[in-house]
Write a protein that binds this ligand. Structure first.
Ligand SMILES: [Zn+2]
Length: 394
């Protein structure tokens, strides 16, 4: 059985111990008579650090014994141990911040925390809730921070069943017998085996990052203490760079982005208008150089990889002059559009009969029709077919 030193003092960083058991495997493992290394559990990751100068990579509890996974075998029996303190203190800040945030959701809106995850990338709780509005988030964040700044003492102790009955436990115990209870003043009492700061002030700050609806639950992502400071630093640097790129202050960024969006929309609109003018000019040029069948000017043209939407607009512009447009595009898809003809030609019928010999499919009405060909290299032949049919019919 390992004496768990972190239960008595969560701030103990260095101690000596006796190796009481060893295991060989992919990585060597040792058990100590006493250890302040926190084994992974209750949502809190395992501590890292060193035993006799050898790195501790993982810590897991098996019944009453805490096993330490090492980077290399250990010779000594009497060993000096040290925690990776920045990592542990970060876990203490996030874990206690979670207790306060969960308690604030319960106090204000009676929302129960279903699960807690403390990861390298983020810290989250899942709440049994269908929705949380922004004003509720602000109220919960404010209350949790007020409790932090009130600096209530945090008491972590084992409580016998008789006393347990008198405490309003937010989180019921998952084990029986004497239960370890973590209390933040009288704001929150939870059954918990984790490590916590001496007082609520140790959390420093809670900042809710975002929420996300997940089925019947709402996931709340947040950061505490040092993570909150790093988050603020990153957001400040990002906003600062954006402000500099607009040659303005951080307060002006939102307005500057709004202006940029308006300018972009206006430019897009003017580009559309210019494209329409260009198409009209191109249509006039094509009609001027058109061949004639009888009295009818016929524009027969094809392009490679030109957007079909553009060709369709061009066909409409040619048709508007009274000419007949027989246009096609070769590319990933080979498509044709026939339009206009001033009532002298049935575009739908002409298209169907000219692409049918090449396995093409399509249709439309007398004034406009479009279709496709299975083989790109048949496009010119299909257009030629259409011209011959016109000449034969005139
Ligand atoms: Zn806990």
């Amino acid at each position: 059985m390992t004496e768990r030193l972190y239960w008595q003092d969560a701030y103990l960083r260095e101690w000596t111990a006796l190796v009481v058991a060893r295991r060989d495997g992919a990585r060597p493992q040792v058990a100590l008579d006493r250890s302040a290394f926190y084994p992974e559990g209750g949502g809190q990751p395992a501590d890292h650090g060193s035993i006799a100068g050898v790195a501790v990579l993982d810590v897991q509890a098996e019944d009453a014994v805490v096993w330490h996974t090492l980077a290399a075998p250990l010779e000594d029996d009497q060993v000096a141990c040290g925690l990776d303190w920045p990592r542990r203190f970060d876990h203490m800040q996030q874990h206690h911040g979670q207790h306060l945030l969960s308690a604030a959701f319960e106090h204000l809106y009676n929302l129960r925390t279903v699960s807690f995850h403390l990861g390298v990338a983020g810290v989250t709780i899942d709440l049994a809730a269908s929705a949380i509005d922004p004003a509720q988030l602000v109220a919960v964040e404010d209350l949790a921070n007020e409790v932090i700044w009130a600096d209530y003492p945090v008491l972590a102790r084992f409580v016998e069943p008789a006393e347990l009955a008198t405490l309003r436990l937010r989180k019921p115990p998952s084990v029986s017998g004497a239960i370890r209870v973590v209390s933040a003043g009288d704001f929150d009492h939870s059954a918990c085996g984790g490590t916590h700061p001496r007082s609520t002030g140790g959390v420093g700050l809670i900042h809710i990052r975002r929420i996300e609806r997940r089925g019947e639950m709402v996931r709340v992502e947040f950061v505490c203490g040092g993570r909150a400071v790093r988050e603020l630093r990153w957001k400040n640097a990002t906003l600062g760079r954006l402000a500099s790129s607009f040659s303005g202050s951080q307060e002006q960024v939102e307005e500057a982005v709004g202006r940029l969006r308006e300018a972009e929309e206006s430019a897009r609109r003017r580009l559309g208008e210019a494209a329409t003018l260009l198409i009209a000019a191109e249509a006039r040029e094509l009609v001027a150089g058109a061949t004639t069948v009888g009295e009818l000017p016929v524009v027969c043209r094809s392009w490679v990889e030109r957007p079909f939407e553009e060709v369709r607009t061009l066909a409409a512009a040619v048709a508007a002059t009274g000419a007949l447009a027989l246009l096609g595009v070769r590319g990933a898809k080979t498509q044709l559009i026939f339009a206009g003809g001033g009532g002298q030609v049935d575009c739908g019928q002409l298209l169907r009969t000219s692409i049918a010999p090449f396995g093409g499919k399509g249709g439309g009405n007398a004034t406009q029709a479009q279709g496709g060909l299975p083989a790109a290299d048949q496009l010119e032949a299909a257009l030629e077919q259409a011209c011959q049919q016109l000449a034969a019919g005139s």
